[in-house]
Design a protein around this ligand. Structure first.
Ligand SMILES: NC(=O)c1ccc[n+]([C@@H]2O[C@H](COP(=O)([O-])OP(=O)(O)OC[C@H]3O[C@@H](n4cnc5c(N)ncnc54)[C@H](O)[C@@H]3O)[C@@H](O)[C@H]2O)c1
Length: 429
């Protein structure tokens, strides 16, 4: 099918590449001319495992094209996906100005029936607003349908998630676009759920908020574990073997971050507020998350005492493993807190250093994770990159002025670390 995706970011680019992979003709639109130019020239603006090869392959075959013209995308496709940002406003509600602008641009370019699909994460009832806007701004007065098709990909695993989704949610206002939507997704051989549009929009916010809740739950349990002398990993393992609970998202850590969970949680609380429900449960999830970071910083300060003029090595800057995304990264938040306390940082991340430089300009960026500890008063693990498990611990211990390691991701075994001579502080163990 001929598909256009407006917004070529983490969601739009991966979706575009995966749609091309299954044989659709895809146009990716972005209003960032530098990004479009980079993609047209064979470059790639983000790191996502497997993405670069896919983009290169389909750009070469012509199945995937890039433009900064929304009008061109609308004209040449039957189905238009919207994948632009939906950031938080200061009060926690969603800034829908990107969606509204794109709706107007699509409307202005429409000359025949189109299906307009919202893939961005939006508050319930946004689909109705998009439909109203298109109707108002479409001079040609052609027919169209608005569909909600929320995206559930995880950064760092996005290609795999897109190619093999747990489910595809299609929210509609009429049955007319259902056949086309099913045809688009048929090659992915995933269960397809067709709902009304409001339910589809709610599914996304309810899912992300639930996952954040699960993380905060185990983080709260980790506090109990520390106080009671238990091990949160053993507790999580024992809980997770119950199929009703499941073992995923039960890793105690310094908290969740990224461009989705914090903003989607705030949005869901605000959406509930607007319909007259006080979603206190989710407010508690937020509180637990920020307290978790406070507690981790306190552990560092309690151990090192004054941080002024101390040198701290930090492994990990991305908000999670396998990505270069540093938006709302707990690792960056941690670094900023350490800097505020007066510490100088030596940092390393396998993929996120370029993006971090703009936010942490004064840190020393080290190209080899095994050199980070050199001359530091302590080493901190802030992101759960798999490769950090292969850190040369012997070298790190010798490089540190005193062998202190704070592990915000529970990558090592406390007993082993002690045996190796480290003062090792992790989460809930
Ligand atoms: N990143 C994720 O893991 C993820 C997962 C699921 C859902 N989502 C949701 O998907 C949406 C997009 O997220 P993202 O992480 O891909 O954002 P992003 O910031 O990576 O990408 C958005 C892109 O849209 C472009 N853009 C903005 N306005 C435009 C316009 N008027 N015309 C054309 N392009 C425009 C930007 O230049 C940018 O390249 C958000 O609603 C987000 O909540 C994100």
């Amino acid at each position: 099918m001929r598909l256009t995706i407006i917004g070529t970011g983490y969601v739009g680019l991966v979706t575009g590449a995966c749609f091309a992979e299954v044989g659709h003709q895809v146009i990716c639109v972005d209003n960032d001319s530098a990004k479009v130019k980079l993609l047209q020239g064979g470059g790639i603006p983000i790191y996502e495992p497997g993405l670069e090869d896919m983009v290169r392959k389909h750009s070469a075959s012509g199945g995937l094209r890039f433009t900064n013209s929304t009008a061109e995308g609308v004209e040449k496709s039957d189905v238009i996906f919207i994948a632009v940002p939906t950031p938080s406003l200061p009060d926690g509600s969603v800034d829908l100005s990107f969606i509204e602008k794109v709706a107007r641009e699509i409307a202005a370019a429409m000359t025949g029936y189109k299906i307009v699909v919202d893939k961005s994460t939006v508050p319930v009832k946004t689909g109705d607003k998009v439909a109203e806007t298109i109707k108002r701004y479409c001079k040609a007065q052609v027919e169209f349908d608005v569909v909600s098709n929320p995206e559930f990909l995880r950064e760092g695993f996005a290609v795999g998630d897109l190619m093999k989704p747990d489910r595809v949610v299609i929210g509609v206002r009429s049955q007319r676009p259902v056949a086309a939507m099913k045809e688009i997704y048929a090659p992915f051989q995933a269960p397809i759920i067709v709902t009304d549009i409001n339910s589809a929009e709610l599914i996304k916010h309810a899912s992300n908020s639930f996952l954040a809740l699960k993380i905060s739950y185990i983080n709260a349990v980790s506090v109990l574990c520390e106080a009671a002398g238990a091990n949160v990993q053993e507790v999580a393992h024992g809980m997770g073997m119950d199929e009703r609970i499941g073992n995923r998202f039960l890793n105690a850590s310094l908290g969740f971050g990224g461009s989705c969970f914090p903003k989607d949680l705030s949005a869901f609380i605000k959406i509930a507020d607007q319909v007259g429900y006080d979603f206190g449960l989710l407010k508690e999830v937020q509180k637990i998350n920020s307290a978790q970071m406070d507690r981790f910083v306190k552990k560092i300060v309690d151990t090192l005492w004054v941080l002024k003029d101390k040198k701290i090595g930090v492994l990990g800057l991305a908000f999670k493993q396998n990505t270069d995304d540093v938006r709302m990264s707990p690792a960056i938040d941690l670094c900023q807190r350490l800097v505020k306390e007066g510490a100088a940082l030596r940092v390393y991340d396998p993929k996120a250093m370029d993006k971090a430089r703009a936010i942490l300009p004064n840190a020393t960026y080290v190209e080899d994770m095994n050199e980070v500890a050199e001359g530091c008063d302590a080493l901190v693990i802030a992101t759960e990159w798999e490769e950090f498990k292969k850190l040369d611990l012997d070298r790190a211990r010798k490089g540190l002025t005193h062998p202190i390691l704070f592990d915000g991701r529970n990558l090592f075994d406390p007993a082993e670390m002690e045996k190796l001579g480290f003062i090792y502080k992790s989460i809930g163990r």
